[in-house]
Design a protein around this ligand. Structure first.
Ligand code: 13P
Length: 248
């Protein structure tokens, strides 16, 4: 059976004092959580987060990285740097990176490859916009986003990653996809991969992300192809995030 993974994406939130309080509460409450827990934090906090979480059973990671190994890339952070801070995960291709920072499918695939080459587990985000859903091209969009990675990294590479289905219209809007809507896309993703490699398809953890809260998590996570969540806003409140993790 696939293990459920619940990861917090803090986005550009937090400060040293608030992070300390949040992580203390998560560590104190994690004992009865069966799912794997992780937090993806802003780069400047990786040092303090890794010091706080080391040995504590909660994994950590980053929200983005460069596709390049090193060099004259002002402001960028490499996979090797994330390794220096003990990151397990790195989010690649979040819709905010795609939409606000112009990351193409191609760039996302390069980041995916660079993350794996450094031993990090990429959390590959895919998902359609509202317009794409309304025009009925959700599966084409998600399929294209996956194909870009498969073309560069091969289907076997998906044995060592997490995929997060995050419909753009559900992110930060309070509009969660219904469990049936989410399950349909998760089943599409797994079915597409099953045609290429059934073992990889059955082992792949596919998270749902988009306005997940304690109140709707259990119903989402009960769907057969939903293996946990990527949580934005609700991951900043310890009680709410722990309740979501317990629901997994
Ligand atoms: P919200 O949970 O705030 O909708 O954000 C989801 C998300 O983008 C996680 O990566």
């Amino acid at each position: 059976m696939r293990r459920k993974i619940v990861a917090g994406n803090w986005k550009m939130h937090g400060n040293l004092a608030d992070n300390e309080a949040l992580l203390s509460a998560l560590l104190a409450g994690a004992g009865d959580v069966k799912a794997e827990m992780a937090v993806c934090v802003p780069f400047p906090y990786l040092a303090s987060v890794s010091a706080k979480l080391s040995g504590g059973g909660i994994a950590w990671g980053a929200q983005n990285m460069s596709q390049h190994g090193k060099g004259a890339f002002t402001g960028e952070v490499s996979a090797a740097m994330l390794n220096d801070f003990g990151c397990k995960y790195v989010i690649v291709g979040h819709s905010e990176r795609r939409a606000l920072y112009g990351e193409s499918d191609e760039v996302v695939a390069d980041k995916f490859l660079a993350a794996q080459a450094a031993g990090l587990v990429p959390i590959l985000c895919v998902g359609e916009s509202l317009e794409e859903r309304e025009t009925g091209v959700t599966e084409q969009v998600v399929g294209r986003q996956l194909d870009a990675v498969i073309a560069k990294a091969g289907v076997a590479s998906l044995a060592n990653c997490v995929v997060a289905y995050e419909p753009v219209w559900a992110i930060g809007t309070g509009k969660t996809a219904t469990p049936a809507q989410a399950q349909a896309v998760h089943a599409f993703i797994r079915g597409k991969l099953r045609a290429l490699d059934p073992v990889v398809a059955d082992g792949l953890v596919i998270q749902y992300g988009g306005s997940v809260k304690a109140a709707n998590a259990a119903e989402l996570f009960a769907q057969p192809d939903i293996d946990g969540g990527l949580i934005g806003g609700a991951s900043l409140q310890a009680d709410e995030f722990l309740a979501i993790c317990r629901a997994a």
